[in-house]
Design a protein around this ligand. Structure first.
Ligand code: PMV
Length: 326
């Protein structure tokens, strides 16, 4: 009754921003991401008859409270799906620079979905796993697959058609993704709360939604044809628009710090010098810079010169979920 799975984090090129159903984690829009090779979570799940509740151990430390609750709530869903009634020990380790604020719920819930179903010997398709992982954290549904991935929002109210599929494998297009750490502190407005407030109060949210279809079409085409400049232009524009919606929320909020803007401007300057580099930002101050492998050294060197940059991590497209023998 034990299995171990590994899942990698992903970075959205077209952002998931806003839910139409909070309980089922149904998004307002499709999103597209790249799975990253360097950042991942490895999780072992052991179902045991002698337990009175689930046990969660993260990086060797047993956690209680809200952390343990999140895991238990997710395992309740697994128990409901698989019709199994026992509790489990969940042991996770993050190969993510957690102190750098890059810890991701995406790799965590994707690994947990895979390991828990495997431990119970439950047959599940990739789409089924994606649907399950989605209910732990929306972006986790994309971490089931490697390379370039699209999460289809679906049309139904029960969530059965809201899952991700792979657009292109990690071997099919080599890109460089540089995670730029400017601030290690925990973000102030969590993505769940940020999305909700934006959907409910931002007058810019309708504009965001209305502008997505062309971004999605251009991104799919850029991935299919491996046209980097087209991809970069759209992903940077999309990130800017997502962050613009937060400025219109009530009360307004922003994820950027002055150091975030410094990095953004350095990337724009690189382009003025003829180097194709583009940025994207999630629900926090750190920046991801995307370029082609031939330019990664130049881009890294330029970013290193910025006083505000605390650390840089170089990633490439990485694999989907896989199981480890224990
Ligand atoms: O799934 P969550 O709650 O981690 O939300 C992810 C939100 C963004 O990172 C901002 C966008 C995305 O698509 O990953």
């Amino acid at each position: 009754m034990k299995a171990t799975a590994r899942a990698h984090t992903n970075i959205a090129l077209i952002k998931y921003w806003g839910k139409r159903d909070e309980q089922l984690f149904l998004p307002m829009n499709n999103s597209i991401s790249i799975t990253l090779d360097q950042f991942y979570t490895t999780t072992s799940v052991t179902f045991q008859d002698d337990l009175a509740s689930d046990v969660f151990v993260l990086d060797g430390v047993e956690l209680g409270g809200a952390e343990q609750n999140k895991i238990s709530t997710f395992l309740d869903l697994v128990r409901k799906t698989t019709k199994h009634h026992g509790y489990a020990v969940v042991e996770s380790s993050n190969n993510v620079p957690t102190a750098a604020g890059f810890a991701s719920s995406a790799s965590g819930f994707a690994a947990l979905a895979a390991a828990s179903t495997k431990a119970l010997g439950y047959e599940i398709s990739d789409a089924g796993l994606s649907i399950l992982a989605r209910q732990g954290s929306g972006s986790a549904c994309r971490s089931i697959y490697g390379g370039f991935v699209e999460w289809h929002m679906g049309e139904k109210n029960d969530g059965t058609d809201s899952f991700a599929t792979q657009l292109l494998s990690e071997e099919d297009w080599q890109l460089s993704i540089i995670s730029v750490m400017v601030e290690a502190k925990q973000k102030k407005v969590l993505s769940r709360e940020g999305m909700k407030r934006t959907v409910e109060t931002s007058p810019f949210y309708d504009g965001w939604l209305a502008s997505l279809e062309p971004d999605l079409l251009a991104t799919r085409a850029a991935i299919a044809n491996r046209t980097f400049e087209q991809l970069g232009t759209v992903l940077e524009r999309n990130a800017m628009k997502m962050h613009a919606t937060t400025l219109g929320a009530n009360p307004p909020f922003m994820y950027w710090m002055s150091s975030t803007i410094e990095v953004m401007q350095a990337v724009q300057e690189l382009r003025e010098d003829g180097i194709q580099a583009y940025f994207t930002i999630d629900a926090g101050p750190n920046v991801k810079v995307i370029c082609q492998p031939a330019d990664e050294r130049v881009v890294m060197d330029r970013l290193k010169q910025l006083m505000c940059v605390k650390d840089l991590f170089l990633c490439h497209p990485g694999p989907g979920i896989h199981y480890l023998t224990t």
